[in-house]
Ligand binder design. Sequence first.
Ligand SMILES: *Cc1c(COP(=O)(O)O)cnc(C)c1O
Length: 410
Amino acid sequence: MITPRAAAHATALPPARLPAYVHDLDALDTHARAVRAALPPAVELYYATKANPAPELLAVLAPHVTGFEVASGGELAHVRRTVPGRPVAFGGPGKTEDELRLALALGAERLHVESPHELRLLTALARDHPAGPAGRPVDVLLRVNLPLTDGERGGAALTMGGRPGPFGLDPRDAEDCLRLLRAPLRLRGVHAHLASGLGAAAQLAVARRVTAWARDLAGRHALPGPLEVNLGGGMAVDYTRPQERFDWAAYGKGVADLAARHPGTVLRIEPGRSLTAYCGWYVTEVLDVKHSHGHAFAVLRGGTHHLRTPVAKGHDQPFTVLPVAGWERPWPRPAARDEPVTLCGQLCTPKDVLARDVPVAELRAGDRVAFALAGAYAWNISHHGFLMHPAPTFHFLPRAARTARTPRTA
Ligand SMILES: *Cc1c(COP(=O)(O)O)cnc(C)c1O
């Protein structure tokens, strides 16, 4: 569950450097390469930056992805700085006028338009902008909120679409937007990010529906091709089975079939969590172990102000115990043995729980714990300021030099 090099690094850190976020960039490189290889070459892979915008991760991902999806002006500027020259797609509800201006100034390659008002505003700003009518066109995709069947929604952890919500356009408004479209805006296609936490079969069902809807729209309005269909992200990460991964092979095969059925269509995906979750661990130490009314509790240095993921998603964050031998104190070492333990943080709230009632063989004060799947939606979604504890330290284990090279063919 933790790579040997990440475990070795986590074990060697002095206690004063805990908690620590340890990232294995080699593991990320290998995983991203495998994801890319499972997809047909023509399918574009964007990384949803909001999952984890750490520059070290973006640099490792850059050679494997077509571009980066950003959801704020901050992310847009960050990606332009960190991985300059890589295509960006800017989406998200509630873009401010300043953010739209920034997108025009930085030449964001794609803008995902989420409402008729936003389309009008962007058109007005683009006309005023120096890169406006005389300059290059502003390429947009309409983000639509298409209905999902129960089967398609089944198992989704979060749904951004398929039901009433602030994300994207009602399909009826999409038709109105087509009538509002004016130069310098140029419609390139449709974007739909409808649910997250779907397995490959459900993702493919959604992909087929979105593509069929987009082709139908393009046909009715005689849009010039090629039609771009951004199928969104949301490929499942299973926090209850951290060794399992989304079935990229089955998904790749399914989107290859889909692309073959719709020639003249560019398919694009923009996963976040399923790319970076596996490369990060939140490592800390057990400060105390106690029994309260028959239940064992381990109190850890740090907590959900560093790793909010288990609270945000309502799960137990999977973890590995890294035993630390030796106990210097003259009194007995607090411990839990062969029993379920609840792992809590230092915050003065009963919500500061990272994992609840998880059976352990042994967990003692001074042992270390490495929480897995902490490479995405972890530090960056957490409420760091609460209680003024120190921040964790951050570690990015570099990629091992690759000596074996693929021989070039003439
Ligand atoms: C968050 C988000 C993604 C990425 O979702 P994951 O579940 O991390 O794969 C992709 N597209 C949009 C529009 C998003 O908001």
